[in-house]
Design a protein around this ligand. Structure first.
Ligand code: GLY
Length: 395
């Protein structure tokens, strides 16, 4: 009976506690932690779970290798999330009954020539001055750890605490844990618009592309680069998120997992092992809007650099070429917390660090959902820091 079906779909249901827009690792981690705190939760994902930027991400957990002294707050957030990863994964594995793809492998930063070695020495000084645990290795010591490295390498830094995780396996574990805990997961649910309540007892409404309205006391926008496309949010509450393209490839070694055991970082990219003979090689950084094409030049440069550094890479089988869109913000930092509209929260803009920052984002945001005072750590990432700029740039 189509008429009644349509009526039921458009009827306003009793409000749920939390609607999370976006089913990538950030949205799923927030939803799972919120459900653990007793909230009723629905995740609304426009495609497949983890089918956006999460699916393309390499999964490095690398705040130390990626440290930038001009981004001290981001470094502190990344280190806090890195520290919380082991217990997050342990709880997730128990809650979902699945492995999460976590590999405590460490990272090597490698220089191929004298210029890169000088640059790496400066990188070491900077990290040492910040108190970060990094060890200088001679080329022979690095090759002792990773015999697959070329004999021509000049210098390496060992970052024993930076690890990796497979974002696709992590997605499945988060989705499984959320479903087991009684959270609702809706895929193919594209959000068109928010009808925001102006306070009091009224709930917000999330309007889907097909017209269905979902009533929710709290709405969390965790839709990565698509966060900025949702209609119905006043300009002064918007956050400026833009896509930063990364081309990346996935390869497999038919000979097994022996070629590399650690993440390898080179001047313009990285190789991330999965521990089972699969590798991810990435990634470009490009400002090209929502373009996700894969180009011959990018693939050539990534492979050229990887094979120069790890000659055995030339024997690998290419399994996948793809391009993802990192959600970048003007200060490269994520946006975590409640907006100026009561009950509207952001968890987006994680740029190069979405997988790393999922546990700490969920912890900070769910604390706010539960009415706790934002912690000092969260202060630097509050959405309000963009309010002025967004209002000024409005027509
Ligand atoms: N986190 C690595 C990248 O965004 O390429």
């Amino acid at each position: 009976m189509p008429a009644q079906g349509g009526f039921l779909r458009n009827r306003i249901q009793a409000p749920i506690d939390v609607a999370v827009i976006g089913g990538g690792v950030i949205g799923l981690a927030v939803a799972w932690r919120a459900r653990q705190r007793g909230f009723t939760v629905t995740v609304l994902e426009r495609g497949e779970l983890g089918g956006g930027s999460t699916r393309v991400a390499a999964g490095m957990l690398a705040p130390i290798a990626e440290a930038d002294p001009s981004e001290a707050a981001l470094l502190e957030l990344g280190l806090a999330s890195l520290r919380s990863y082991p217990s997050f994964i342990e709880q997730l594995t128990r809650a979902s009954g699945r492995e999460a793809g976590y590999l405590r492998c460490g990272t090597l930063l490698v220089a191929r020539d004298r210029d890169e070695a000088e640059s790496l020495s400066r990188e070491l000084e900077m990290r040492t001055s910040l108190g970060l645990p990094v060890q200088r290795l001679r080329a022979s010591e690095a090759r002792g750890l990773e015999p697959g490295l070329a004999p021509t390498i000049r210098l390496a830094l060992l970052v024993a605490d930076d690890h990796a995780i497979d974002p696709r396996t992590l997605t499945a574990a988060l989705g499984g844990a959320l479903a087991r805990a009684g959270g609702e997961l809706r895929t193919g649910a594209e959000v068109r618009e928010l009808e925001l309540s102006d306070g009091g007892e009224d709930a917000h409404r999330v309007v889907l592309a097909g017209g269905e309205r979902i009533s929710a006391r709290r709405v969390v926008i965790a839709a990565g680069v698509w966060s900025a496309e949702i209609e119905g949010i006043p300009d002064h509450c918007r956050v400026p998120v833009r896509p930063v393209k990364g081309q990346i490839m996935r390869l497999r070694d038919p000979a097994g997992p022996a070629l590399l055991t650690r993440v390898i970082r080179m001047a313009a990219g990285y190789i991330v092992p999965r521990g089972d003979g699969r590798y991810v090689l990435g990634a470009t950084m490009e400002e090209r809007g929502f373009d996700t094409t894969v180009t011959a030049g990018a693939v050539f440069e990534l492979l050229r650099d990887a094979i120069e550094l790890v000659p055995g890479f030339s024997e690998l089988v290419i399994e996948e070429l793809s391009a993802g869109l990192r959600p970048g913000t003007p200060d490269n930092c994520p946006v975590i917390g409640e907006s100026e509209i009561s009950g509207l929260y952001w968890a987006t803009g994680h740029h190069r660090n979405g997988i790393l920052l999922a546990p700490i984002t969920a912890e900070l945001l769910v604390g706010e959902l539960a009415g706790e005072q934002p912690s000092e750590l969260a202060a630097g990432f509050a959405p309000g820091r963009f309010a002025h700029a967004a209002a000024e740039s409005a027509p």
